[in-house]
Design a protein around this ligand. Structure first.
Ligand code: EPU
Length: 421
C-alpha cells in the first residue's frame, strides 16, 4: 500500500499544466466502441481509471495503443464481445458507459454493475429508463444488467430524465447514436464533458445537437467512422490546484484550462479573497492573505460542482470566520472526509445537507485516509496548508483521477512524496 507524505506550509509558485478531463475520457474511450475505424484520441490523462477502461476494451477485441503525450489510438472495428470482464468492470464507476455503447453497436450487452467511489448511493435507474425507452428489454440483477431488443426493436425516443444525471445523459447519447430515428433527452445534464462527448461523436460522424443545454437531440446514423479528437482540460483537476494555491498561499499559473468552465469555482474563491487573472487558456491564481468565509451550494453545471465540495471545505476550514457548505447532489459526500479533516483540527458541524465550518488559524498534520477520489484530493490540500507532516493513506482512490500529482505539486514547491509502505 502506498501513501503520500506531505510537509506543509510551503507556498506554491510557478506553473502547472492541467491534463485531459477524466470524466470526458472515461466516456469518450468507451464511445469509440461505436466507431468502425481508427480513433486517435489526444489529451488522454494517464490515470488508473483510463488504464482499466482500455484493458476492458482490449479484452473484448479492441486494438489499443498509447503514443507519447497522452494520445491513445483505438480501433474497435473488430470488437465482437458484448460481455466485458466483470472483474474489471467492477473496479470503476464509468464502466456503465459500456452499456450504452454496446447496446447501440451490437443491440445487446451484458455488463456487471459498476464499482468506483462509493461516497453515496449511486443508482443507475435513469440510464435504464433511457435504454428501455429506446426499446431495450432490460434484465437487472444485483450483479449485472443484461439488454437485448424488446418486441418492437430499438429506435429513437423522447426521454425526460427525472433527475439531472451526467452519466444517464451520456449513456443515452451513446445508446441512441446508431439507432434509427430521433432521440430527444429532456432535463439533460449540461457539464462540459457532455459537450465533449457529443463533439467527439459528431467528429466521428454522429448527429447530435443541443449538448450543453437541457435538451439534447440525437438523430441516429448507420455508421460512425474514425478520426482525431482532443479531450478538453479537466475542470476539477484545475479547480483542485486552484484550491491548493488558495489554501497553501502562493502565485501559480494554471495552464491548459477553459476559463469559462472555471467560473463557477473561481467566483466562489474570489469571494474568499483569492485573486484571478484570466487568459485565453490559463488562469493566474494569487492567494496572499487570510481567506474569508463564504457560502457554497453544490449544483449541476453551471453551478458549483459537487466534485469540488471537499476541496473548498478545506479552504473554509482555515478561513477567518464561519462558512456554510450545502451539498445538493450527493448528500452523504461529507462523510468521506470531514472526520479526517477534524483530526487535523478542522471544526465542521454537519447538519443534514449542510456543513457549518468554523475557520481555524491552522490545521495540524495527521495520518488520514482517503475514502474517495475528491476526498483524497482535499486531504492533500489540507496537508499542504497544515503545520507539520500529513500522511494520506489509501491513495489508490486519488490515483484514479489525478495524473502526475506528486510531480506537478513538487514542481510548484510542495514537499510531497509517494512512499510505498
Ligand atoms: N441519479 C439517480 N439515478 C440515476 C443517475 C443519477 O438518482 O440513474 C442521481 C445520483 O444519485 C445523484 C445525481 O443523480 O444524486 C447526479 O448523479 P450523476 O448521474 O450526474 O453522477 P454520475 O454520472 O454517476 C458523474 C461523475 C462524478 C460526479 C457526478 C456529478 C463520472 C464518471 N462521474 O457521476 O464524478 O460527481 O457526475 O457531477 O463522470 C468524480 O469525478 O470524483 C466523480 C465522482
Amino acid at each position: 500500500m502506498a501513501k503520500y507524505v506531505i510537509n506543509g506550509k510551503n507556498r506554491l509558485e510557478g506553473a502547472v499544466t492541467i491534463s485531459g478531463a477524466k470524466n470526458a475520457a472515461v466516456a469518450i474511450l468507451p464511445a469509440a466502441l461505436l466507431v468502425s475505424g481508427k480513433c486517435r484520441v489526444e489529451n488522454v490523462p494517464d490515470i488508473s481509471d483510463v488504464h482499466i477502461l482500455l484493458e476492458i476494451l482490449k479484452d473484448i477485441g479492441a486494438e489499443v495503443s498509447w503514443e507519447d503525450n497522452g494520445t491513445v489510438i483505438l480501433d474497435c472495428t473488430g470488437v465482437t464481445g458484448t460481455k466485458p470482464d466483470p472483474e474489471l468492470v467492477c473496479k470503476m464507476r464509468a464502466s456503465y458507459y459500456l452499456m450504452g455503447a454496446l447496446l447501440s453497436r451490437f443491440h445487446k450487452a451484458h455488463v456487471a454493475l459498476p464499482g468506483g467511489c462509493n461516497f453515496a448511493s449511486r443508482p443507475i435507474d435513469q440510464h435504464i429508463k433511457g435504454f428501455r425507452a429506446l426499446g431495450a428489454r432490460v434484465v437487472e440483477t444485483e450483479e449485472y444488467v443484461n439488454m437485448k431488443p424488446g418486441p418492437n426493436g430499438l429506435k429513437g425516443a423522447r426521454i425526460t430524465l427525472d433527475v439531472v444525471s451526467v452519466g444517464a445523459t451520456m449513456n443515452i447519447i451513446m445508446a441512441a447514436c446508431l439507432l434509427p430515428g430521433k432521440t430527444v433527452i429532456e432535463n439533460a445534464a449540461k457539464e462540459p464533458h457532455i459537450v465533449d462527448l457529443a463533439n467527439f461523436l459528431n467528429t466521428m460522424g454522429a448527429h447530435i445537437s443541443g449538448a450543453g443545454t437541457d435538451t439534447v437531440k440525437i438523430t441516429g446514423v448507420e455508421k460512425l467512422t474514425g478520426g482525431t479528437y482532443a479531450i478538453i482540460p479537466d475542470q476539477i483537476e484545475a479547480g483542485t490546484y486552484i484550491a491548493a494555491v488558495a489554501a497553501a498561499g502562493g502565485n501559480v499559473l494554471v495552464q491548459n484550462v477553459i476559463p469559462k468552465h472555471m467560473d463557477c469555482i473561481t467566483s466562489k474563491l474570489e469571494e474568499m479573497g483569492v485573486e484571478f487573472i484570466n487568459y485565453d487558456d490559463a488562469i493566474q491564481v494569487i492567494s496572499e492573505g487570510q481567506l474569508q468565509p463564504t457560502t457554497v451550494k453544490t449544483r449541476p453545471y453551471p453551478g458549483f460542482p459537487t466534485d469540488m465540495q471537499a476541496q473548498v471545505c478545506v479552504c473554509m476550514s482555515i478561513a477567518d470566520g464561519t462558512s456554510r457548505l450545502t451539498e445538493s447532489v450527493y448528500e452523504t459526500r461529507f462523510f468521506g472526509y470531514c472526520t479526517e479533516l477534524a483530526s487535523m483540527g478542522a471544526d465542521i458541524l454537519i447538519n443534514g445537507k449542510t456543513a457549518i465550518i468554523t475557520g481555524q488559524s491552522n490545521l495540524q498534520g495527521a495520518v488520514v485516509r482517503a475514502n474517495d477520489l475528491r476526498a483524497g484530493a482535499a486531504l492533500i490540500i489540507a496537508g499542504l496548508a497544515a503545520e507539520g507532516t500529513t500522511e494520506v493513506e489509501n491513495i489508490h482512490y486519488i490515483e484514479r483521477g489525478y495524473e502526475h500529482l506528486v510531480e506537478k505539486l513538487t514542481a510548484l514547491g510542495a514537499d510531497i512524496r509517494r512512499v510505498e509502505d
